[in-house]
Write a protein that binds this ligand. Sequence first.
Ligand SMILES: Cc1cc2nc3c(=O)[nH]c(=O)nc-3n(C[C@H](O)[C@H](O)[C@H](O)COP(=O)(O)OP(=O)(O)OC[C@H]3O[C@@H](n4cnc5c(N)ncnc54)[C@H](O)[C@@H]3O)c2cc1C
Length: 248
Amino acid sequence: MDRVVIVGAGFAGLAAARRLVGAPAAVEVVDQHNFHTFQPLLYQVATAGLDPSDVVYPIRTILRRAPNVRFVHGRVSVLDVAHRAVVLEGGRTLTYDHLVVASGATAAVFGVPGVRDHGLFLYTLDDAHWVRNHVLAALERADVAAQGDGDAAAIAVVGGGPTGVETAGAMTELLDIAVRHDRIRLDPRRTRVVLVDARERLLPGFSPAASSYAERTLRSRGVEVRLASLFHGIHAAEVPEDAKVAFP
Ligand SMILES: Cc1cc2nc3c(=O)[nH]c(=O)nc-3n(C[C@H](O)[C@H](O)[C@H](O)COP(=O)(O)OP(=O)(O)OC[C@H]3O[C@@H](n4cnc5c(N)ncnc54)[C@H](O)[C@@H]3O)c2cc1C
């Protein structure tokens, strides 16, 4: 019986495993996490609209009815193609006849200075958790620092694709809830969510009508949309603790 190793239990890895259920093959799905992450809703975790547990699902439960598919929890450190082996951190080795690499993508910083050091990313559950904690802690600091009517808050979201659009919209909702329901002392006149993109329109993969609709809706909710604006970098001196940049 052929041995198949699938690295990654994201949409791609799980789709491959699903196609192999019942095939004459012994399949091993390896992932560094024992849960699958539903990335499309990470922005909701990052903006405190959903709990982390709402966007993950145990891989073992997904594969429960697949007798020839086994889950292996571990982080792949080496793909030894010459010996048809996958080496996990700690030294454990899985050998294969066929290898599927479905380990996903990482955020591109396009060589923009400072993004790697000062930006907040949104690719994994840990990233989403980090953004959420960072923003909520910044709001609490703003409340403590507030003089008179309230302190200022600024959130910049770079990238006007679907995730940037969703994140910017949800950030305005989060600020609204923080001020109106949770009584965080922020001055609405000095509270900004800025969405920046180098291109001429938001959502370039969608129709122009969808782009205009998204732009109008965001502007009506108070998001400053800056198009055709090239983002040159983030410099430590310009990044107050509570105004770092999310880079979806
Ligand atoms: C914030 C966000 C929002 C999105 N929204 C949408 C949307 O609305 N609609 C849409 O169609 N698409 C959306 N996408 C894109 C979609 O989620 C991805 O295209 C899809 O998840 C990619 O699937 P994948 O299996 O290739 O990779 P991933 O889902 O990234 O899975 C890769 C898996 O490999 C594992 N892995 C990586 N390295 C190792 C290693 N060394 N050892 C062991 N395991 C490893 C990871 O833990 C992970 O489980 C979004 C993506 C993001 C980040």
